[in-house]
Write a protein that binds this ligand. Structure first.
Ligand code: DUC
Ligand code: ZN
Ligand code: ZN
Ligand code: ZN
Length: 460
């Protein structure tokens, strides 16, 4: 099976040029002007952008959390991702405290293996670091192709580890060639503020936001950076939202330290004014919460300064019925927001179309850097001879309106209902197969493959 994509404007993190791409089997076999090849299928990309399939390294599919499960399965979530131009996702396996990493991986494999539509990998969330866990880190890296280890500095009693566990984990992960990633907020301070607001009868979604002030994130980001500096372990801070936290990383650069930073699309374009005085704000109850306009400015600047390397989603959808679990108590609203399908189009529309980032930067933060940081490059994340043929053909001018009525995520509301975007995903290839064409999905459940990842160096 061969495919020729003709005459598109090819965008990578480094280049922009008009050429043809020839695909044989699952990989790109030639790139050039006016290629003279015989292809089974030809796609005319004249006037379109052609960029690598998006990589979303932060999604939660079918995840047990806060007494329920996130509502997208590995099937529905990866299919929705494909509709939105994201061909590979990295999902989180959660160790149960008191149990092993292997048990957790078996549980996630039982839900994801053979059910995904798009390609996927796993981060391992270490929620209980002890001598048994230590011995399993090497197995994860060497045998399972899982090279990133997620930690939580919040959610005490379920997910949080303390600083002594963090240091021990970092030392072991460094030794095995992996990376430690972190949800960096100060869980003790948040728990104190949650309890205080509840005791005062302050129970609406607004108080979710007011229980996680900027300082909880800047303090934890700074502490995490200090611990990675001390241990020498490669570090990555997920879903950064604010100026204070980014300045903690900026400070770390002054001692010549490198800490990777991810933000998510919602923190770039939505702000805390959405937490009004009624329950509607539950749509945006996520952790950390939305912040201020000044934080959006800092994050866009951080992308252009190279301090923020990745734009992900933290996709963690819940049906409105599930959100209602917290209708009388904000602390019972399942935390999370759906965006796996919207990230690439929103980042194009709000970032490239509005002149905040260049096209090359767009590809870098949405495709190339996630692949490099997490050990999938150059198989994923670029358009090059020998790379997987994961490709998006994109119309930069077509406008459309986002809505729960038309999205493919398994969730009955949209955080972006009625928002007009400029730019539309037209055709998506995954490993040499046309997966999406004109709003139709042409690959089945089970087409997605688990991507084993390489050891990482903390350098890109
Ligand atoms: N934050 C969320 O909003 N959802 C899932 C986990 C997290 O840290
Ligand atoms: Zn067990
Ligand atoms: Zn988190
Ligand atoms: Zn998350």
């Amino acid at each position: 099976m061969s495919i020729l994509i003709k005459n598109g404007r090819i965008i990578t993190a480094a280049d922009e040029y008009v050429a043809d791409i020839f695909i044989e089997g699952e990989t790109i076999s030639a790139i050039g002007k006016n290629l003279s090849v015989q292809a089974d299928t030809t796609i005319d990309a004249t006037g379109k952008l052609v960029f690598p399939g998006g990589i979303d390294p932060h999604v939660h599919l079918d995840m047990p959390f806060m007494g329920t499960f996130s509502s997208d399965t590995h099937e529905t979530g990866t299919r929705a991702a494909l509709y939105g131009g994201t061909t590979t996702v990295i999902d989180f396996v959660l160790q149960k405290q008191g149990h092993s990493l292997k048990e957790a991986l078996a549980e996630w494999n039982s839900r994801a293996n053979g059910t995904t539509v798009g390609d996927y990998s796993f981060h391992m969330a270490v929620t209980d670091f002890n001598e048994n866990t230590r011995a399993e880190i090497k197995e994860m890296v060497e045998n399972e192709g899982i090279t990133s280890f997620k930690t939580f500095m919040a959610y005490k009693g379920a997910l949080m580890i303390d600083d002594s566990q963090m240091i021990g984990l970092m030392q072991e992960v460094k030794k095995q060639g992996g990376m430690v990633t972190v949800h960096a907020t100060n869980g003790d301070v948040i728990d104190y503020l949650v309890a205080k607001h509840k005791s005062e009868g302050k129970l609406t979604p607004l108080y979710h936001y007011l229980s996680q002030p900027e300082v909880t994130e800047s303090e934890a980001s700074s502490r995490f950076a200090d611990m990675t500096d001390y241990t020498g372990c490669p570090g990555y801070i997920v879903h950064m939202t604010c100026e204070g936290a980014l300045n903690a990383v900026r400070n770390a650069t002054r001692r010549n330290q490198k800490v990777f930073v991810e933000t998510c699309i919602q923190y770039l374009i939505l702000d805390a004014s959405l937490y009004g005085d009624d329950f509607d704000g539950a749509k945006w109850v996520m952790s950390p919460p939305l912040r201020e306009k000044k934080d959006q400015q800092t994050l866009w600047a951080g992308i252009n300064q190279g301090l923020v390397q990745v734009v992900a989603t933290d996709h963690c959808p819940f049906m409105w019925e599930q959100k209602l679990m917290g209708k009388d108590d904000f602390s019972k609203i399942p935390n999370g927001h759906p965006a796996i399908e919207n990230r690439m189009e929103l980042l194009y529309s709000e970032g490239v179309h509005k002149g905040k980032i260049t096209l090359n930067k767009y590809v870098e933060v949405a495709c190339t850097n996630p692949a490099k940081i997490f050990g999938m490059f150059p198989r994923k994340g670029t358009i090059a001879v020998g790379s997987d043929a994961d490709i998006v053909v994109f119309d930069p001018n077509e406008t459309h309106t986002l809505s729960a009525k038309t999205h493919h995520m398994n969730v009955d509301y949209s955080g972006y209902e009625g928002r007009e975007v400029t730019g539309k995903v037209k055709t998506v290839l995954l490993r040499g197969k046309v997966a999406i064409d004109d709003d139709k999905c042409l690959v089945d459940r089970g087409y997605g493959q688990f991507i084993r990842r390489s050891k990482v160096s903390g350098k890109i």
